[in-house]
Design a protein around this ligand. Structure first.
Ligand code: S3P
Length: 447
């Protein structure tokens, strides 16, 4: 995985307007879940449009290691033959999770109610991320954990079968924690309940129901009946709104741009960035609204527009949590001072995204003020950045920091240099090629 590959520095400066059409890769959250739930169904599922980034491939390898058959056909369709809920096998070696928090936390939920022992390992970024948020509820269900200090990876867990159903109120707004408990509940007798006071992405709920689980949502309470039988599904994975976000901001900030982004997931738990950018004056038109595999999808036409600073409503945070790095880039070119607070979770993502973006934008000449739970960005009212003057911003093994700063470079008079763009492959292997297709001119530098 990229932690072991050589760093790949990238530089990018303004090269004129972005134009044309792009199709973003499949949604990362839905891709992970497609492989996991298919691997727990009885029979063969078909998945089209799967995101083939490193994170999702880590999930594929883990499901294989626990007995599911997961194959990619030459035409790009994936076929998964599941083992049935409760049927996962003891993996023979450690499950290598690379950079992927979603793989790790959701798979821990699945393992928790199977009679198997599994070791999870990850790269330096993932090994710094907190796992207590999942080990705590899963321990209550009966799983046992031996973690590295601070509840971190590497971690070995032993599942319990039958596990004990719980009712769990989420202490943090996290779809990963919600999903881990629900997935443990899949093979647990009785009803497992999760109470979430702040709604987070609901892909697990929608998809588990689609696979035939008895799952209900009543207000804040999500309940799943265990010892479920999942039926194989045919899935078309819609395009990832988090990946589309980079192009939405790029087209908004680069003068003269006019692009169409095809096939973007419009699930309301994921569209916070569109709302925030629209408040800032961005021109984002939804075209061809339709439903694919039970999810709302649309094409987006985005044109350059002058942006104005906003106070980002904190209640948008869960629906745009992965989009803050690129929102800070939009704020960089807005008129006035954008204030984003209430996003403390950014501190425990693939990097500390508040500190990482404060440093990266600071090095690029942007005036920022760091808060415990967010960032204030002094906008430049459209004025291009000067560039990093030969210095390189640190991407810190964080794909979204690398891509956000590449977008910033698209409106920089001289290059913004990024020390390592290799992590982009975790979620968007075609990002650089797509930037070129739209007219940007990223250049690989010597390490
Ligand atoms: C995800 C949930 C979010 C998000 C991550 C994907 C998911 O994490 O940041 O990229 O697929 O459930 P949290 O649950 O930590 O908020």
């Amino acid at each position: 995985m990229h932690a072991d590959v050589a760093p790949r520095p990238l530089a990018i400066a303004a090269a004129g307007p972005l134009t044309g059409e792009v199709t973003v890769p499949g949604d990362k959250s839905i891709s992970h879940r497609s492989l996991m739930f298919s691997g727990l169904a009885v029979g063969e599922s078909r998945i089209r449009g799967l995101l083939e980034g490193e994170d999702v491939l880590a999930t594929a390898a883990a499901m294989r290691a626990m007995g599911a058959s997961v194959e990619r056909r030459e035409d790009g369709e994936w076929r998964v033959s599941g083992v049935g809920v409760g049927g996962l096998l003891q993996p023979q070696t450690a499950l290598e999770m690379g950079n992927s928090g979603t793989s790790t936390r959701l798979l821990m939920g699945i393992v928790a109610s199977h009679p198997i022992t599994a070791t999870f390992t990850g790269d330096a970024s993932l090994s710094r991320r907190p796992m207590a948020r999942v080990t705590e509820p899963l321990s209550r269900m009966g799983a046992e954990f031996t973690s590295s200090p601070g509840d971190r990876l590497p971690l070995t867990m032993r599942g319990l079968c039958p596990a004990v159903p719980i009712e769990y109120r989420l202490p943090v707004a996290s779809a990963q924690v919600k999903s881990a408990v629900l997935l443990a509940g899949l093979n647990t007798p009785g009803i497992t309940r999760v109470i979430e006071s702040v709604p987070t992405r609901d892909h697990s709920e929608r998809m588990l129901r689609g696979f035939g689980a008895e799952l209900t949502v009543e207000g804040e309470i999500v309940s799943i009946r265990g010892e479920a039988e999942l039926r194989p599904q045919d899935i078309d994975v819609p395009g990832d709104p988090s990946s589309a976000g980079f192009w939405m901001v790029a087209a908004s900030i680069v003068p003269g741009s006019d692009i169409v982004i095809r096939n973007v997931l419009m699930n309301p738990t994921r569209t916070g960035l569109i709302q925030a950018l629209t408040m800032m004056g961005a021109s984002i038109e939804r075209l061809n609204a339709r439903t694919i595999s039970g999810e709302d999808v649309a094409d987006l036409r985005v044109r350059h527009a002058p942006l104005s600073a906003i106070e980002v409503p904190p209640d948008l945070a869960p629906s745009m949590i992965d989009e803050y790095p690129v929102l800070f880039v939009a704020a960089t070119f807005a008129k006035g001072r954008t204030i984003a607070r209430g996003a403390h979770e950014l501190r425990v993502k693939e990097s500390d995204r508040i500190a990482a973006m404060a440093a990266a934008l600071g090095l690029s000449g942007v005036r920022v003020e760091e808060h415990e739970d967010g960032l204030t960005v002094e906008g430049r009212d459209g004025e291009p950045l000067a560039g990093t003057g030969g210095e390189r911003v640190a991407s810190l093994l964080d794909h979204r920091i690398a891509m956000a700063m590449a977008v910033a470079g698209m409106n920089a008079a001289q290059p913004i240099a990024i020390d390592d763009a290799a992590p982009i492959a975790t979620s968007y292997p075609d990002f650089v090629a797509t930037a070129q297709k739209l007219g940007a001119q990223p250049t690989w530098l010597d390490a």
